[in-house]
Design a protein around this ligand. Sequence first.
Ligand SMILES: [Zn+2]
Ligand SMILES: [Zn+2]
Length: 312
Amino acid sequence: MNVLLYYCYTNIEDTEHYYNQHKNFCASLDLKGRIIIADQGLNGTVSGPEEDCIKYMNFVKSDDRFKKVDFKIDICNEHLFEKMSIKIKQYLIKLGIDIDPNEDTGIHLEPKEFYQMMQEDDTVVLDVRSNYEHYVGKFKDSVTLNMKNFYDFPNKIKEHDLFKNKINMEKKILTCCTGGIKCETASAYLKKIGFKNVYQLHGGIIKYGIEKQGKDFDGKCYVFDGRITKEVNIVNPKTITKCHICKIDCNIMVNCMNAVCDKHITMCEDCFKNMEGCCCLECITSEKMRTKIPDYYKEINSNKNLVNKSDL
Ligand SMILES: [Zn+2]
Ligand SMILES: [Zn+2]
């Protein structure tokens, strides 16, 4: 099985038509995931058998508008989504401000170039992801913002010293995010408000993991599929989070098993067993417990302790 992560900013004039075409083609394949089609382009994450992923990539690229799309391809054991969802939306990424990366955006850096520039003086790595994402992993010495959602970005950057202290407007700002799509919008916005030297990590942390082995990325990368996080650094990995319950070093992130709570927490294997995958005692008594056990948990429970509770 493969998982594909991709986006492509390009003008789509006939979104409805493209949506139908896309949907019909996908119906012929065993793919699951999330695809968004907007006037500004295409964004998706899908999982499926390798041959179906190849057919899908060929289908997307066969359309001239999407020739430049860059697929990040990863291997997985099973589908990472419950179903396939294809939607037409107004924007690929919602920022609450009218920004079109098709018009202007930061200079794209390939992982190697990004790493090199990161070493230079007067460079700031700016993580444009939300709290739950950079909490579990981020570039060493990077600047993170206190954001609940990506659309907090305009306000949070304006409150930050980087912006308030005008001397910083000349610094090289290197933005990063999971797969690169948020950087398209965020770096366009940074240019709009006056930053002079704006760059973005092309393909995001995922591509950086593949091509630069994740060097100097501390922790794990949050991903928007059933895996929740992904290991990217095989050069100098480091754990930056602690178990939510017992506070030992731990970088395993789970969704609280109480579907109503659904909080993202880091929790060690022992605590996961003791707490039945919940963030607190109150959640254990919930009547809306999710039944799908996270992958890593299935692995550590191959000796079956608690697994019989669910309909695995
Ligand atoms: Zn623990
Ligand atoms: Zn909870």
